[in-house]
Ligand binder design. Structure first.
Ligand code: ZN
Length: 426
């Protein structure tokens, strides 16, 4: 064999091999991908390596919404759990899981907890929804069980119920939306609970970012840790990915689990961006039986880091989600991501709730209106808040004060299980 031939001889990575089996699996089992491959003349064996993925078209949220059942790779009698997406951005999509998929989900979350330093000695209080067909809560339960940790399924209950449980059962970690920790602190202070010396040492934070782009703690994280010395770990996942990116103790991005997922970051033309440049996250799921996805465009904009992490885990890491592709607003020539507006609003000392609305102006550009309610004792006017935003995010949106009741109606319109913090009327 010549040197050149030796170099060409296949030496596939584990990801390449998993991708090869995935290609053959979906070609056989997925009505959606089978017909797509036929239409586009794609043969499964043409995709041998992760680098070959760029030959395949993307799968979008709209594809899932329009052809949901065509993505199912198994007959109904093999389905065990019926999850669905939250539907925050349109029609919810069903995600079906087989017995093997549930084992994979458990493994995923066990690994994710281990990355965050949790062990079988921990007792984890789950403060997020674990029913209502959410995949996340189920994953936390299964992962903690596989880890051998104690599990307290309080779910999304009041701070009072969370504290009663913490004081009685002494869990060591919380899984929670980080802004809820502020509510726990408020309640503890009002009730004279010595929260700083409670059994809780760690929080796994979901749904909201806790870091700025340089990985330093953002306003939300600082507001928590200034009062309560908790170790915060961000975890990022979605139903479509079926895999979590969780921070180790270094807090420099969520570690990818290479046996479960392939990630790509692409620009608005679908081309790969260089490492360290923000792009839209595209995922290919590995080892899924019920509803695997190829090159799914998540709509989340983030940055990938490939330099080795000081924790010793050399996997790719994802920085905080900068925003969603459809949360990018063009306001009088300035680009602003909706989460940047949230970050600024979170700095207001007396704010209690807010909603950001985007509309198309008569000039065809984006208009931004911020609705917010303030706590008792607020001395700021709408104009003060607008000036504050201008100083923080370089744009001055319209600000409209609302009563708490009006805000509740805005945030939880009929049937919504998550607060609708962003109303996109464009
Ligand atoms: Zn690390």
């Amino acid at each position: 064999m010549t040197n050149a031939a030796a170099q060409r001889a296949p030496s596939y990575t584990k990801q390449d091999e998993a991708l090869q089996s995935l290609m053959h699996y979906v070609a056989r089992k997925s009505p959606y991908y089978r017909s797509l491959f036929e239409q586009k003349g794609i043969t499964p064996s043409a995709i041998q390596r992760v680098e070959d993925l760029e030959q395949l078209p993307f799968t979008t949220k709209t594809d899932l919404q329009l052809h949901n059942e065509a993505f199912y790779c198994i007959p109904k009698n093999q389905i065990i759990d019926y999850c669905c997406t939250s539907g925050t951005l349109g029609k919810p999509v069903n995600f079906i899981l087989t017995d093997k998929d549930l084992n994979r989900l458990a493994y995923n979350e066990q690994q994710s907890f281990a990355i965050a330093g949790l062990t079988h000695k921990d007792t984890i209080q789950i403060c997020t929804t674990i029913d209502k067909r959410f995949m996340a809560g189920l994953a936390y339960f299964l992962g903690a069980r596989k880890l051998g940790a104690g599990i307290i399924r309080v779910g999304s209950a009041s701070p009072e119920m969370q504290w009663n449980t913490i004081l009685e059962l002494r869990p060591t970690a919380l899984i929670t939306v980080p802004s809820f920790i502020l509510k726990l602190i408020d309640y503890a202070e009002a009730q004279g609970i010595d929260y700083q010396n409670s059994s809780i040492k760690k929080a796994i934070c979901i749904g909201e970012s806790i870091r700025a782009h340089d990985f330093s703690p953002n306003v939300l994280a600082r507001r928590i840790t200034e009062k309560w010395n908790l170790q915060l770990h961000s975890t990022y996942a979605s139903t479509e990915m079926g895999a979590a990116f969780t921070e180790c103790g270094e807090g420099r991005g969520g570690h990818q689990q290479e046996d479960l997922i392939i990630t790509e970051l692409v620009d608005k033309n679908g081309q790969a961006v260089p490492p360290g440049t923000p792009g839209e996250l595209v995922v290919t799921t590995l080892g899924i039986e019920g509803m695997p996805l190829l090159r799914f465009k998540t709509g989340d904009i983030c940055t990938a880091f490939t330099s080795p992490c000081s924790c010793g885990n050399s996997s790719l890491r994802l920085g905080p989600v900068i925003g969603r592709k459809n949360q990018m607003l063009k306001f009088k020539g300035t680009t602003v991501f909706v989460p940047a507006i949230y970050n600024a609003l979170n700095k207001l000392p007396k704010i209690s709730a807010y909603q950001v609305e985007a509309r198309t102006s008569s000039a065809g550009t984006d208009d931004i209106i911020i609705y917010l309610s303030m706590q008792k004792g607020n001395t700021q006017s709408e104009a003060d808040v607008a000036a504050f935003l201008k100083a923080n995010i370089r744009v001055r949106p319209k600000v409209v004060f609302q009563t708490s009741e009006e805000m509740q109606k805005r945030l939880f319109p009929k049937g919504n299980r998550k607060p609708k913090k962003f109303l996109d009327g464009r």
